[in-house]
Write a protein that binds this ligand. Sequence first.
Ligand code: SAM
Length: 260
Amino acid sequence: MNETNSLKEQYRDGTNLEARIALHARFSTARQGFHQWLFAHIDVPHDARILELGCGTGQLWRTLGARVPRTWRLVLTDMSFGMVSSPDLSGLAPAGPSGLTQCDAQAIPFADESFDAVIANHMLYHVPDSPSALREIRRVLIGGGRLYAATNGAGHMHELDQFAVALGIDYRAPNLSFRLENGAELLAPYFQSVMRHDFADSLVVSEAQPLVAYILSMRSAMTGLSDEQLQRIRALVCERIALEGAMRITKETGLFVARK
Ligand SMILES: C[S@@+](CC[C@H](N)C(=O)[O-])C[C@H]1O[C@@H](n2cnc3c(N)ncnc32)[C@H](O)[C@@H]1O
């Protein structure tokens, strides 16, 4: 399967993403949730027009709920039709170009300078031509408008690689094209200023099943696993958690705020 098809398969609908969100929601150690932390960084006028690219299951807005000012005009978009047609999103914005619509970040179907802010969380590393996406984001932002782009660091959840190594699978965690370490450099040519904010967090996972579900949700990155290998992953995770009571997993996550 080539990269475009495996991305389509991975995000055909919200199932894989939900397994990953569930693990973080249950076992993160940070006292404040990531989305609440991110929300505190958003600085926009009270009647802001906000475009989200790669909104996935709309988790940001579902978590924030009533904290989101009613005066904000949200346009939620994702390249995956399955995501934008999910019932989870229908309560967040009306269907159609001014609310909820399918959109590739490399060709944004909105007029120049039509948004106060663009949000692109954990998605720029999926975009094959990120310079095109960054040019498009700059184009649709007003002067002084901001891009909020969350991403991970190179060592994010690196402990999971050991399961692949133990199985003798040639699998390395995908090298994220847009990550904490290089994001500022990639954004700099398109924006006046770029700030990086890191979110301190980790996972302490005390139940095997949610972690196995997480690993299996990444299966498109681990193509060709046999049923026997999948059983072995289950056994290894159970063993590890039974032995130590919980598995500690590193998180490296943060946010870039880039001003046009
Ligand atoms: C890891 S998920 C993140 C979802 C959401 N932003 C979140 O943080 O929960 C990545 C999302 O980006 C979308 N995506 C991937 N490539 C894209 C592109 N070129 N343009 C727009 N969305 C894209 C996927 O369909 C998927 O929903």
